[in-house]
Design a protein around this ligand. Structure first.
Ligand code: C5P
Ligand code: ZN
Length: 466
């Protein structure tokens, strides 16, 4: 099975759905509340708007059994699930008795169920890995088959993929790479090589360099005055004529080249590959301010989702910006404060063996009520990627969520499939869990963190022996 089989199947399904939609008044859209989910939902909503269809959308943390039970009480005849659903098909059977269901997902499947009311588009069904296309990418491919004019939404597929961290060494591969070429060829996006660094449009250069931990710049990362001196040594002004801080996007090409060379020189003494500092910079043409840089757009949507403002994210994606940018800046600010507080909590508790546990391969954070469940995944990602708090390659975070505990796992270990292990433990201990190779999660009972850790360690060691 190949990408062309996958596309062929999407085309067949789109034709079927197009016919079905003629008799549907309001479509119920359920999506994940992260960047990818917001982009996926936005693509579907824009397609429905263009078809003059009404929709009712919810962006949720997880498609839990309780959530599905609530949906069963609704009277919609057509449900579209984006960026979620693949792991919950057996729980959707009841809903499918009264409604048609379309799942546009890229997560690993738990069970494959043949049910004519559940239509499922998923790369895994075609032996394509879910890390080479996002939920937004799947939604985009489908939406483009519904109507070619939706091909102007391709940038959202890329932003979704960035949100799900699908770039490897600063580049996309597989279907994402094809989608990116499509975006460039149709003049929607521009790609150039640049310093692989976050905040090109939103932050002053010296701050961007100071906060850069990946790539790590000796004497500059984590050191504001070091960053200022570094820039002054290579002759890059940090303020413009009117006294405003200059940003990466304000640098001339020659200045950026100079900066890249200087960063590589600084890193020559480190053990890492010096060229690791280069990555793709994606500009969305015609968009302004932070919405013009795909990486910044992605992190802004992530902040909206985590700060209970996912609907603002959808509005940004479908282009009804109005005065939303100022709102979004405030959301980003609050979000950063929340993350910093959580990272500080981890640092303060490093010696507290009841709350921070390290094993051979993993770093476990038992956050309980001290870390917000909305940000535990991001905290794990930051700890994994910065390498400053621990050098372990698998980070597992726990945080209380209502009367359960949310588990988030992020991994850089090539030999371990986190999603698979989560699924297996979930089955054994009878809770919900799953995910991808490098990111997974679960929902377990209150105070059962240690039981999960024991099981996880067991599966980890078994997995490694294969
Ligand atoms: O919530 P978080 O971002 O940490 O989840 C990481 C991944 O784990 C999600 O993309 C999802 O696929 C999976 N997950 C799951 N079941 C859960 C929680 C997370 O399958 N209960
Ligand atoms: Zn996703």
């Amino acid at each position: 099975m190949s990408i062309s089989d996958f596309k062929l199947r999407i085309n067949e399904i789109a034709r079927e759905v197009n016919k079905y939609l003629e008799n549907v008044e309001t479509v119920r859209v359920i999506s994940h509340y992260d960047t990818d989910g917001i982009c996926a939902a936005s693509i579907i909503c824009k397609m429905l708007l263009r078809k003059n269809k009404k929709f009712h959308i919810s962006l949720i943390k997880q498609l839990e059994k309780e959530k599905i039970a609530e949906l069963e009480k609704e009277t919609y005849s057509f449900f579209i699930f984006t960026d979620l659903g693949a792991g919950q098909i057996e729980n959707l059977i009841n809903l499918s008795k009264s409604s048609k269901i379309l799942i546009l997902d890229h997560h690993q499947l738990k069970d494959s169920i043949n049910n004519e009311n559940i239509i499922h588009i998923n790369p895994h069904l075609f032996n394509i890995d879910g890390s080479e296309i996002s939920g937004a990418g799947v939604s985009y491919l489908f939406t483009k088959e519904i109507d070619e004019k939706n091909s102007d939404l391709v940038h959202l597929a890329i932003i979704g993929a960035i949100g799900d961290r699908q770039e490897k060494d600063g580049k996309f591969f597989g279907i994402n790479e094809m989608l990116l070429s499509e975006a460039v060829n149709s003049n929607i996006m521009e790609v150039k090589k640049g310093l692989r660094i976050f905040g090109r449009v939103s932050r002053p250069i010296h701050i961007v360099l100071q906060y850069s931990t990946d790539p790590f710049i000796p004497g500059v990362s984590g050191n504001e005055s070091g960053a200022v001196r570094f820039l002054s040594d290579i002759g890059i002004k940090i303020k413009d004529e009117s006294g405003r801080w200059r940003r990466m996007c304000d640098l001339s090409e020659e200045e950026e080249r100079k900066l890249v060379t200087a960063v590589i020189m600084r890193r020559l003494d480190t053990s890492e590959k010096p060229e690791d500092v280069l990555g793709n910079v994606y500009t969305i043409k015609g968009a302004s301010d932070i919405l013009s840089d795909a990486h910044e757009f992605s992190s802004l949507l992530n902040a909206c989702g985590r700060m209970n403002s996912a609907s603002i994210g959808v509005m940004l994606c479908i282009g009804s910006n109005g005065n939303l940018i100022e709102n979004v800046r405030e959301i980003m600010q609050q979000y950063k404060i929340k993350i910093l507080n959580a990272l500080n909590w981890v640092l303060e508790n490093l010696n507290n063996k009841e709350r921070i546990i390290t094993t051979d391969k993993c770093f476990y954070i038992i956050g309980k009520g001290d870390i917000d469940d909305n940000i535990i995944g991001t905290v794990c990602s930051i700890i994994l990627e910065s390498g400053t708090i621990t050098t372990k390659r698998i980070i597992v975070g726990f945080a209380n969520r209502e009367n359960k505990v949310k588990v988030s796992i992020r991994s850089k270990d090539e030999y371990v499939n986190i999603g698979k292990i989560c699924g297996q433990i979930a089955k054994k201990l009878n809770f919900e869990g799953g995910g991808h190779k490098h990111a997974g999660g679960a929902r377990i009972n209150l105070n059962s963190e240690k039981e999960f850790i024991n099981e996880f360690e067991k599966y980890l060691n078994e997995d490694l022996q294969k």
